[in-house]
Design a protein around this ligand. Structure first.
Ligand code: C2E
Ligand code: CA
Ligand code: CA
Ligand code: CA
Length: 274
């Protein structure tokens, strides 16, 4: 009704204010989070099926907020991207991941997520170079995970940046493969080292015959192109059995381990190799 239009409008404005204020508060906190040492990396193993051991860990960021507790990256990475804070935060993550990985065995890689915002900034190449130089990590032990959304606006520029990263000797994985903007032409244009098959396909595996066909198509294609495949979000041994028989190279998911603090990595390696 018309007569309460003003009231609901004001209510809406207040709600907007509250939301904007909450966002602003979180932005201020996030700005200081790095300096205060509130950010940390957790690590989730990728289990190689042919090697029958852990071949890599993916670094996943956590924000240990003094009041909010552990904040999920889903809740602060988008804010970090909008504000540009992802540039210093992402730089820290690359340095931290490389530093920590040097304490693992030489045959274990570390995978680091790179936001499209970082990717499009002109500094990524030198930041990766610095992280390798300072840590002493062999370049082939660092894997950068990027998403297909990078290819939406400027395919040429994306390919050029990817090639200059490859010159450093690092590996590049295409994350969340099969969602969104998938185009097979990217696979022809750029030598990805790995495809990470999105969790949504893994979730469907047992319920849906079509999901197995999709996994088979991806692993067949990847094999033919000399690209590795990792299935993410694997939670059950039934899923594992299907993925093994479809020729998936690595398995990542709660079935093996949740992401864990760096200090727990040695014990997990013992457990998963014994
Ligand atoms: P992602 O790169 O696709 O990472 C996989 C997500 O799936 C992680 O969520 C992981 O904890 C979760 N996961 C792993 N195994 C399972 C499973 O078996 N079941 C289920 N349900 N989930 C599983 P997380 O740690 O909350 O990270 C969410 C997203 O935040 C990541 O998705 C990535 O896009 C982003 N992110 C995390 N760390 C970073 C970072 O350092 N930099 C950037 N730019 N983004 C990050
Ligand atoms: Ca990832
Ligand atoms: Ca993923
Ligand atoms: Ca994902």
């Amino acid at each position: 009704a018309k007569h309460d239009g003003k009231g609901s409008h004001r209510f809406f404005e207040n709600a907007m204010d509250a939301e904007a204020q909450a966002r602003r508060a979180m932005e201020v906190d996030l700005h200081d989070a790095l300096r205060k040492g509130e950010l940390e990396l957790h690590f989730q193993p990728l289990f190689g099926l042919s090697q029958n051991r852990v071949t890599a860990f993916e670094a996943l960021m956590r924000w240990n907020h003094p009041v909010r507790g552990m904040v999920s990256p889903i809740d602060f990475i988008p804010l970090a991207e909008e504000t540009g804070l992802i540039i210093p935060i992402g730089e820290w993550a690359l340095h931290e991941a490389c530093r920590i990985a040097t304490s693992w065995g030489d045959d274990i890689r570390v995978a680091v997520n790179v936001s499209p915002v970082q990717f499009r900034s002109s500094t990524l190449n030198s930041i990766v170079f610095q992280a390798l130089a300072r840590s002493g990590l062999e370049p082939q032990r660092l894997e950068l995970e990027i998403t297909e959304s990078l290819f939406i606006d400027n395919v040429e520029a994306t390919l050029a940046s990817l090639h200059s990263l490859k010159v450093l000797g690092v590996r590049v994985a295409l994350d969340d493969f099969g969602t969104g903007y998938s185009s097979l032409s990217y696979l022809r244009s750029f030598p990805f080292d790995k495809l990470k098959i999105d969790r949504s396909f893994i979730v469907d595996l047992l319920a849906n015959e079509g999901a197995t066909a999709i996994i088979r198509a991806i692993t067949t294609l990847a094999d033919a192109l000399g690209i590795e495949t990792t299935a993410e979000g694997v939670e059950s041994s039934e899923q594992l059995d299907i993925l093994r028989s479809e020729g998936c190279n690595q398995i990542q998911g709660y079935l093996f381990s949740r992401p864990i603090p760096a200090g727990e990595v040695p014990a997990l390696l013992m457990k998963l190799s014994g």
